[in-house]
Design a protein around this ligand. Structure first.
Ligand code: HEC
Length: 234
C-alpha cells in the first residue's frame, strides 16, 4: 500500500502536468498602449465585471490612467452615481455558489498569479462539450465552471481528439469576429487585466521616464561643473 502511495506521490506532478496539455500562446502585451487598455476595459465591463470584481482597481484611478473624459467615463459605467471605491462585482458568493458550484474569483490577484499567457490561451480555449453544465469545457482549465462569455465573438469551437488527447481546437461555427480580430480583442482584454492586476505599473513607468531625464540633466550639469573647476589646473 505504502509503495503505491509513494509511486503516486512522485508521479503526481507528471500526471497533473499531463492534464494541462494546451500549449500556451503568448499575446503581445503593451501596458503603454492606452487605446488597447480602453478597448479591454470596455470589454471587461460589458462581459466580465458582472461576475469578477477587480478590488485593486479604483474607479478614479482607471479614469485617470486611461485619460477618460467625464463623458467617456459615464458611458463606461452608466449605473454609477459616484465614482468611489474599487471595481467590485455585484455577484454574491452565495449566488455564484448556487449557479456555478464555485464563487467567481476576484481577478485582481488571480490575473497576476495566472500570467498573461495563461489568461490569453484560457479565454481562447473554450470548446463544445455536452457533458458540461454550460455545454463548454476548456482546454487550459479542464471542467472549469465558467460559461464561455466570448462565444458570439469567437464562434463555436470543437476539440480535435487524437489518441484520446486533445490535439487542437477548431472553429466549427464562425463568430462575429475573424480569428485575427478575435485574437486582437482578447489581447486587449488581457492587456487590461495585466494593468488591473497592478495599476501602479503605469505610474512607475511614467515616473521612470522622469527619473532618467533627471539623471541625464544631472550628468550634464556635473560634467560642466567639473570642466569649470578643473579649467585652471590643466
Ligand atoms: C457568468 C459569470 C462569469 C462571467 C460573466 C465571467 N466569468 Fe470568469 N469565471 C466564472 C466562474 C464561476 C469561475 C470559476 C470557475 C472554476 O473555478 O471552475 C471563473 C473563472 C475565471 C478565471 C480562472 C480563475 C482561476 O483562478 O483559475 C478567469 C481568468 C476568468 N474567469 C476570467 C474571466 C474573464 C476575463 C471574463 C470576461 C471575458 C469572465 N471571466 C467572465 C464566472 C464568470
Amino acid at each position: 500500500m505504502m509503495r503505491y502511495a509513494l509511486i503516486l506521490f512522485f508521479l503526481w506532478p507528471v500526471l497533473s502536468w499531463a492534464e494541462l496539455s494546451a500549449p500556451l500562446e503568448q499575446p503581445k502585451i503593451n501596458p503603454g498602449d492606452t487605446a488597447s487598455l480602453r478597448r479591454g476595459a470596455k470589454l471587461y465591463v460589458d462581459r466580465c465585471l458582472g461576475c469578477h470584481g477587480l478590488k485593486h482597481l479604483r474607479y478614479l484611478r482607471l479614469k485617470q490612467d486611461l485619460s477618460l473624459s467625464d463623458e467617456e467615463f459615464k458611458t463606461l459605467f452608466p449605473w454609477l452615481d459616484r465614482p468611489t471605491g474599487a471595481l467590485t462585482s455585484n455577484l454574491r458568493d452565495e449566488d455564484a455558489q448556487a449557479w456555478f458550484g464555485v464563487p467567481a474569483p476576484d481577478l485582481s490577484e488571480r490575473a497576476k498569479a495566472l500570467g498573461t499567457d495563461w489568461l490569453y490561451t484560457y479565454l481562447k480555449s473554450f470548446y463544445a462539450d455536452d457533458s458540461r453544465p454550460f455545454g463548454v469545457n476548456n482546454w487550459v482549465s479542464k471542467d472549469v465552471a465558467m460559461p464561455n462569455v466570448l462565444w458570439d465573438l469567437q464562434g463555436k469551437q470543437k476539440a480535435v481528439i487524437n489518441k484520446g488527447q486533445i490535439e487542437r481546437l477548431e472553429i466549427v461555427e464562425a463568430g462575429s469576429l475573424s480569428p485575427q480580430e478575435f485574437d486582437r480583442t482578447v489581447t486587449d482584454l488581457v492587456n487590461f487585466l495585466a494593468y488591473a492586476a497592478e495599476p501602479t505599473q503605469l505610474e512607475r513607468r511614467r515616473l521612470g521616464k522622469y527619473v532618467i531625464g533627471f539623471l541625464l540633466v544631472l550628468t550634464f550639469v556635473a560634467y560642466r561643473l567639473k570642466k569649470a573647476y578643473w579649467k585652471d589646473i590643466h
